[in-house]
Design a protein around this ligand. Structure first.
Ligand code: ATP
Ligand code: MN
Length: 480
């Protein structure tokens, strides 16, 4: 039985066996208290060893970090802090841990724990984070399933570069220095495993669209790779993305879906992870105390999550946002590092101003300039019905995070899409299959991508994306 279940039982002296890892051991003359955790929940169970009940030599090997099984009767606890405890009659030590075990019962920095990523799961913080991560992932599937979506597994190895950004990891079976060359001295990918150049996917969207234009509502939830060399607290080289794609959806429907989706999963975490959230909230409050007054966040973690669930996201166009930014104090006082002008790709300082200072709530920005967005986004018409300078894009911006979702209505006109593909320099031959969907039964459709780790960051209140994925992949780091 998991400790979480044992802790729920009524203490009637029944025999239980607790298996887990020792968090702490405190000894007094006649009695020893051992706190055991098995990761099923934040709470430990306390085992009480009375003098003479357990062999002294064996008891010495029950130290912080050791894996043990304790058998005994479950009784009401006389100490404060727990309702029940186990009166130990038998202890088995599966694996001892000596004093070099790095996760001793004291406060460790998250940086230190990143170096001990193989053991950091044993800490309260990472236990809480990964239980919440699991619950959010479960809620994602639950939400889409309830809404009639089908989970479509798009490929991880792909020959198309969806974002056109070229920040891809190559997939090849060639030995780096023995790749066959063509007559002109380039690598001859026709001799490679797939007979062409391939890479790890940066997005499942293009393939997702093919599914949506038949199954109507699909979503993907899979690993995504970007070889961008941005060493920030918001970027990973390997992350998980959720990408719904819906036929007959326009931009407005897409915004509604994004907002209800994010609210649903956050509400689900509030309902099912309260204990872990409370723990992380307390931890954050301790940290906040170290900060100067004006840098402290206004809301505690749980209130922040409730606020997002209970309030409408602010919706405005990119053009309106630029106006707000131009009139803002930091722009007037030249405090932004990057100048604001119509046409710029918003920097995170601009996004955070809008979300954290101006609206103080999540924001959905729409209708971005065409030139800073991907080729597949649907062009807006101008007032005369001619192609305008913007596309039907939408980004959802969150406090403390910046962009959490990027999406759009997709271009469904074959001619416009083909023209755009050529314009941005993609060889139409490479995505002939994508273009054909606009030839045969094209339909309005829309979708978006949510970076799962950015969601986990927001919900847990953690500040570095490396601390919300079990095994972070970042530039110069793939140790564990
Ligand atoms: P950013 O501007 O923050 O780098 P992006 O515009 O390149 O993001 P998109 O291509 O729109 O990102 O991807 C959709 C979503 O995937 C983003 O809104 C974000 O939540 C997430 N995402 C993108 N890149 C990364 C990354 N390197 N690590 C973690 N999540 C990411
Ligand atoms: Mn984006």
């Amino acid at each position: 039985m998991q400790i979480k279940e044992i802790l729920k039982q009524a203490p009637e002296g029944q025999q239980v066996t607790v298996k887990g890892w020792v968090k702490t051991k405190r000894g007094q003359a006649n009695i020893v208290f051992i706190n055991i955790n098995d990761g099923s929940a934040l709470k430990n169970i306390q085992a009480v060893v009375e003098a003479g009940k357990i062999d002294e030599e064996l008891l010495k090997t029950v130290t912080t970090g050791a894996a043990v099984a304790v058998t005994g009767s479950l009784v009401a606890s006389s100490g404060s802090g727990q309702a029940v405890e186990v009166m130990a009659e038998k202890i088995e030590v599966y694996g001892p841990a000596d004093e070099t075990f790095p996760i001793q019962p004291k406060k460790h920095s998250l940086e230190f724990l990143r170096e001990k990523a193989h053991l950091r799961f044993r800490t309260n913080v990472f236990g809480a984070v990964f239980r919440i991560r699991h619950t959010l992932a479960y809620a994602v599937h639950k939400f889409y399933h309830e809404q009639g979506f089908f989970y479509l597994h798009t490929p991880i190895i792909t020959a198309s570069d969806a974002e056109g950004a070229g920040e891809m990891f190559h997939v090849s079976t060639f030995e780096p220095n023995k790749a066959p060359l063509t007559e002109t001295g380039e690598i001859d990918f026709t001799q490679d495993f797939f007979g062409r150049e391939t890479a790890l996917t940066v997005s499942g969207q293009l393939e997702g669209e093919l599914g949506a234009l038949a199954l109507s509502r699909i979503y993907t939830f899979g690993p995504t790779f970007r070889a961008e060399n941005s060493n920030t607290s918001r970027h990973l080289a390997e992350f998980w993305m959720i990408e719904p794609e819906v036929a007959f959806f326009e931009l407005e429907d897409n915004m509604n879906l994004a907002e209800s989706f994010v609210k649903y999963v956050i509400r689900y975490a509030l309902e099912h992870c309260y204990e872990d959230l409370e723990f992380l909230q307390n931890r954050l409050m301790e940290e906040e105390k170290q900060k100067p007054q004006n840098e402290r966040s206004e809301l505690a973690l749980i209130d922040k999550l409730k606020f997002v669930v209970e309030n409408d996201f602010e919706r405005l166009t990119y053009t309106e946002a630029i106006d707000i930014l131009l009139k803002s104090r930091p722009a007037q006082k030249k405090q932004f590092q990057y100048d604001v002008a119509w046409g710029i790709d918003l920097q995170s300082e601009h996004e955070r101003y809008l979300v954290e200072k101006h609206f103080k709530k999540p924001v959905i920005l729409t209708n971005y300039p065409r030139d800073i967005k991907a080729f597949y986004m649907k062009q807006d018409d101008d007032l005369n019905g001619a192609p305008g300078p913007t596309v039907r894009a939408m980004d959802v911006l969150f406090p403390g995070i910046g962009e959490i979702i990027g999406g759009s209505q997709r271009e469904d006109s074959y001619d416009k899409l083909l023209a755009r593909v050529k314009e941005v320099g993609i060889d139409p031959e490479n995505i002939w299959w994508y273009l054909e969907t606009r030839k045969f039964g094209s339909a309005p459709h829309a979708g978006f991508g949510l970076g799962f780790e950015r969601l986990v960051l927001f919900v847990t209140g953690m500040t570095n994306i490396r601390d919300v994925i079990p095994f972070p992949r970042t530039p110069k780091n793939a140790e564990f």
